[in-house]
Design a protein around this ligand. Sequence first.
Ligand code: NIG
Ligand code: FE
Length: 428
Amino acid sequence: MQLITGISELVTNATSASTSAVHGTDEANASTHPTTEVGQLNVITDAAIIIDGERVAWSGPAAEADATLAHLGAGSAGTTASANVETTDLGGKAVIPGFVDSHNHLIFAGDRSAEFAARMAGEKYSAGGIATTVAATRAATDEELEANLVHLLDQATRQGTTTFEIKTGYGLTLDDEIRALNIINRHTEESTLIAAHVVPPEFKENPEAYVDLVIDEIIPAAAGQAKWIDVFCEKGAFDEDQTRRIVEAGKAAGMKPRLHANQLTDGGALKLGAELGCISVDHATFASDEDLAALAAAGTIVTLLPGVEFSTRQPYPDARRYLAAGVTLAIASDCNPGSCFTNSLPFCIALAVRDMHFTVDQAVWAATAGGALALQRTDVGHLGAGARADLVVLDAPSYRHLSYRPGVHLVERVVAGGEFVADNRPRL
Ligand code: NIG
Ligand code: FE
């Protein structure tokens, strides 16, 4: 058992019943749901956490920790029976659940920094840039692709991300999409097939033949290997009819649907996402009141990607309008070499608060519990009893510093599955 104490503020995202549910079985606790109301962080001040293996056994007020340890059979931290309790005293730091980054494109090769610089000098972002990365990715070896992935995962872990969704989408041939999926599956269970990212250059004259290839060959080959099916439904990528066919084929092959929707234009992709039963529609930079009503009615999560608006100079959607319509919001990074090359959720939270008008509480919730809902995960995004012990120690007394101190490295230590996996403290 581990006891983490000296927590000035503990963001649990959990109901008080679930943080103290120490009497249930592991099985019962494992199904504990995070709160589903946006912004309900449920912050405990002067708190402690008890971790048993990979799971949170209990989280609550520090004053109750000793009695709880005794109850759990590990003895009190202050007695000789504490030999089997490893204690870490944080000395007054905030702790939050590890970030759940539900939207990433991390399997690629090449560099598009010149495209970014041109954009900052006035060029417009278009889906066409994806082809540059496709050429570099196809030319890369498996080892190169995996090394780049591991490097990006490591960077993100050191910034507090403990759950990653990862998409294919820069291979766009049967072999290249499947090899991307194989690499992804070595690093996360949240793998997404987005063979329908753009129509690759060799199918430029006959896009329908590429849609057929996706449906008839790539999806069947990916069945059982991809948890999610995704399509970039947008002008210059795939239209609504093609998207519908591809998503239906993915669903028939056992994949769960999510979409890139209304990133560049105010099309029908969001409504289509609601109709197709997507678990999440992502980007939603442009959304009509009708779109939002349809998404709220369908219970589809909307995942906003503030780094994309930042890196493409597109208008930021206003979270207040989405929330007022009854939509549940997640925040993710969309880390990719084109539209947004950040894998820092602290940065995305700061942007979401400043430029999308999330409250600080809503933004922290959306990047943790919101991401978990967008991936249909009940074991992450919260720190109630039974949750995976994925947490971030901030070099700050309050979680609010995540947006109050933008650009500052506030992630001090990261625990994933009960183990310290990153330590950014200076070595003096
Ligand atoms: O989510 N929009 C489609 N895909 C990525 C961008 C990919 C790229 O530009 O390479 C996105 O923004
Ligand atoms: Fe994306």
